[in-house]
Design a protein around this ligand. Structure first.
Ligand SMILES: [Zn+2]
Length: 510
């Protein structure tokens, strides 16, 4: 800390150099004019931006720094829902910073320090916590922010902190969740490592991302459980669960621990979760090595209308089936290891997770014909209204719609359009190139195009950007051209009724 301050002083000293020159000039008897600001002099430090300008969620994330690690220490009392938090954020300034924002919508903030010195703070808008450190932070300076907060946790019912039927709690929501229980840079663009230290009454368990590293008595009928995740992660993929869990520990053949937890009432899902080693083996064969230090699942009894691919430990509501598990595990590659740049890129997550569960799994684990799966789904596609919304940039609020239907159809058509010998290596290499980083749909288009001499512009435009059923040349490429092109379409009573593929992360797709 002391070293950081002295380096700050060194940097600002540069501003005074022209004054030294001025004194020397005076001493030499030279005529003196009013000194203009010398060219090239550093600009004074300025506040970081309060958002990163995502077209759907412009205030998400913040400018001026790069977060490196979140250490979230909370004390939670399930009966009273009393949440006391102390979150430590390690970050690096990406500009000369006079103030910066965190994203936080949780309990009242009691104090903020920067590098151990009390900082001013103010809460603004939906989730802005504006922090003004006592001393400006120079470019490239690493710094530490500690935020203390305390209050009654709100039940967001699937938009973050959520109260369980047992009286426990967990955090789940997309795109926003983390801000309900700790302050952070809440953007897919800023990946961090993550530690949770949760103190809860004896008898309550704690689950989070990564690996549990300790469980120690904390006095007065409490214990503190620490979870650490050493792979890069973003806000909505972090989670915590506090409940009277039943654990299931499995191991992959390479030794990777698979740590799964079942809330009271969800214990009957253990047989489903025992499929996890096989699921990961099959998916890994297609996409390359499983990207994280551990895996597993968190099965809750809350009747959420979604499942979520929280990193290493997806969250499943009571309606979960094997299709859901494969979908959420597919996300560990698509969405988690490789994350979107902006929310309009959501197809990077959902089209691939759905293709994994709806096509690859039945094909590779169930010996089904993927072309037949495609034809069945396509027969329902017009009635299911999958063409009116584009896969790329579907619009705010439409992120979780056609990515589950048109999305997997798009990828199967792409596979037949370019051929398996282009398709599979392209997916693997794309995942390797963007592992632990971010990629957009334009990045994906460009990458696949670079792997084939075939011009993919028309195909991609029709499937990703078009607002109508693609032309037959894009709907029935390769082996798909051999089957019937006109289909008997049954009258479907509701938009999603009889949709033959999986429900994605969303309950009620069939
Ligand atoms: Zn999904």
């Amino acid at each position: 800390m002391g070293m950081q301050r002295s380096s700050a002083r060194r940097r600002w000293r540069a501003v005074t150099a022209p004054a030294v020159f001025l004194v020397l000039a005076l001493a030499a008897g030279a005529p003196v004019a009013a000194a203009p600001a010398p060219p090239g002099a550093p600009a004074p430090p300025t506040p970081g931006s309060d958002g990163l300008g995502d077209p759907y969620y412009p205030k998400d994330g913040n400018g001026g720094y790069d977060a490196l690690h979140y250490d979230v220490a909370i004390d939670y009392d399930p009966p009273s829902r009393r949440l006391t938090g102390k979150t430590t954020i390690t970050a690096k300034a990406t500009q000369d910073l006079s103030a910066f924002n965190l994203d936080f919508a949780g309990p009242p903030v009691k104090a903020v320090t920067v590098n151990g010195v009390t900082a001013r703070f103010a809460r603004q808008g939906e989730h802005e916590l504006v922090v003004t450190p006592a001393a400006a932070l120079p470019l490239n300076q690493q710094f530490t922010v500690v935020v203390d907060y305390q209050g009654t946790a709100q039940n967001t019912q699937g938009n973050g902190w959520t109260i369980s039927p047992s009286g426990g709690a967990f955090a789940a929501g997309e795109p926003h969740s983390a801000t309900t229980w700790y302050p952070l840079n809440d953007t897919p663009l800023d990946k961090v490592t993550f530690t949770v230290r949760a103190t809860v009454p004896t008898g309550w368990g704690v689950v989070s991302n990564g690996i549990q590293t300790s469980d120690t008595p904390a006095g007065s009928g409490k214990h503190t459980v620490v979870w650490e995740h050493k792979n890069p992660i973003i806000g909505y993929l972090t989670t915590i669960g506090i409940d009277k869990f039943k654990p299931l520990t499995q191991r992959r053949s390479d030794g990777t621990p698979l740590l799964s937890y079942f809330a009271p009432g969800a214990e009957n899902k253990q047989s489903l979760e025992r499929r996890l080693p096989q699921v990961l083996d099959v998916v890994e064969q297609v996409y390359g090595k499983y990207p994280f230090e551990s895996g597993g699942g968190l099965y809750v009894s809350t009747n959420l209308n979604f499942a979520l691919e929280t990193q290493t430990r997806p969250i499943y509501a009571p309606w979960v089936d094997l299709n859901t598990v494969v979908h959420e595990q597919g996300h560990q590659w698509w969405g988690n290891a490789v994350s979107i740049k902006q929310w309009k890129d959501i197809c990077i997550n959902e089209c691939f997770a759905s293709y994994t569960a709806d096509f690859l799994w039945p094909e590779k684990a169930g010996n089904q014909n993927p072309d037949q799966i495609y034809r069945n789904a396509l027969a329902a596609a017009d009635r299911a209204n999958v063409w009116r919304t584009p896969l790329y940039d579907p619009g705010r609020g439409n992120e979780f719609t056609v990515v589950y239907t048109r999305g997997p159809l798009f990828l199967h058509a792409l596979r037949r359009y370019v051929g398996d010998n282009v398709f599979y290596p392209a997916l693997k290499d794309f995942l390797a190139k963007y592992k632990y980083a971010n990629a957009s749909i334009p990045d994906f288009r460009e990458f696949v195009q670079s792997r084939t001499t075939k011009n993919l512009t028309g195909f991609f435009n029709a499937w990703l950007n078009g607002r109508q059923r693609p032309a037959d040349e894009y709907l029935f490429p390769g082996s798909l051209s051999a089957g019937p092109r006109s289909m008997q379409e049954e009258q479907l009573p509701g938009e999603w009724a009889n949709w033959p593929l999986g429900q994605g992360d969303r309950k009620g797709r069939r």
